[in-house]
Design a binder for this molecule. Structure first.
Ligand code: PAF
Length: 288
């Protein structure tokens, strides 16, 4: 595995990897890798001839009072994990290489980025869209893979790629990979390591309460009271505040007050012991 930390080295490495028309997949990450990231890498290897992974803790997607400084950084360990997975190229730029002095451009995706995490983390998705747009232009992959755990992020990136003709002409170039979960159902996240053992045990209420709410909604119970019961279950387990616990159209992310004929998604963001956890799960549409 080659590691590039400067753009000129990256470009040469990418040209060599693509030589002979080989397909290149990119897995963008912020490092602190876990099984969820490795699942993306394995899926990338299945779909492409060569795999590049980026590790960059992107400062522009963190708000002023968020965990940028505390965010776990373990580049040497991450590189060993990627090497063992047969990754061909690691792109690990510095902040100065990604955002040189005078950097003044931002990508904003209207609509789909505005509710949910966009409302509770102002500017977050501008930072995500900007850095992912740059990563696409730097690596020029044929396809890129993202975890469905960040469902809204995936929707924002799909919209940006379509609108800006990034990764065209492949319509399936942005691949969403289902969330990988711990044995008790908690979605894997680099932030789970912030939790004390006690909060970590209580955090399993999140996926459990979501599954219960989904079963009720799919059985025809009213959405409003079911979401209120979900929020109550989370509060009872020590989650506070609950940023949102909402049913939405799976594609447009428009909030839903009742289940319709289109696929829906239950989305939750809540803090436990100060750590913000997010999760989402599919909700089957009402049979036509
Ligand atoms: O999901 C993440 O790890 C980040 O938001 C991403 C897509 C790598 C952009 O910094």
């Amino acid at each position: 595995m080659q590691t590039a930390t400067e753009l000129d080295v990256l470009r040469t490495a990418v040209a060599e990897l693509r030589d002979g028309g080989r397909a290149l997949a990119l897995v963008p990450t912020m490092g602190a890798l876990h099984e969820g990231h490795l699942t993306l890498v394995r899926e990338a290897r299945r779909r492409a001839d060569r795999v590049a992974v980026s590790i960059f803790v992107n400062p522009t997607q963190f708000g002023p009072n968020e965990d940028l400084d505390a965010y776990p950084r373990q580049l040497a360990e991450d590189a060993r994990m990627l090497e063992a997975e047969g990754v061909d190229l690691l792109w690990a730029p510095s902040v100065a290489a990604m955002y040189p002095a005078g950097f003044a451009t931002s990508v904003a995706v209207a609509g789909v980025s505005e509710g949910f995490c966009g409302a509770s983390r102002p500017g977050h998705f501008d930072g995500v869209a900007t850095v992912v747009c740059k990563l696409f232009n730097q690596v020029r992959p044929d396809l890129a893979l993202f975890g469905e755990k960040d469902w809204q992020q995936l929707a924002v990136i799909r919209c940006m790629a379509r609108d800006l003709d990034l990764l065209a002409p492949r319509a399936d170039a942005i691949v969403g990979v289902p969330t990988v979960r711990e044995a008790d159902g908690l979605a894997m996240s680099s932030r789970n390591r912030y939790l004390s053992a006690e909060a970590r045990a209580r955090a399993a209420t999140l996926p459990r309460a979501m599954r219960e709410a989904i079963a009720r909604i799919e059985a025809g119970e009213d959405v409003g009271p079911t979401l209120a019961a979900l929020a109550e279950a989370l509060a009872g387990a020590g989650f506070a505040p609950i940023d949102y616990a909402e049913l939405a159209d799976a594609e447009s992310l428009a909030p839903l007050r009742s289940l319709g004929p289109r696929p829906a998604r239950l989305l939750v963001a809540a803090r436990i012991e100060g750590t913000r956890l997010i999760d989402n799960m599919p909700v089957s549409p009402r049979p036509g």
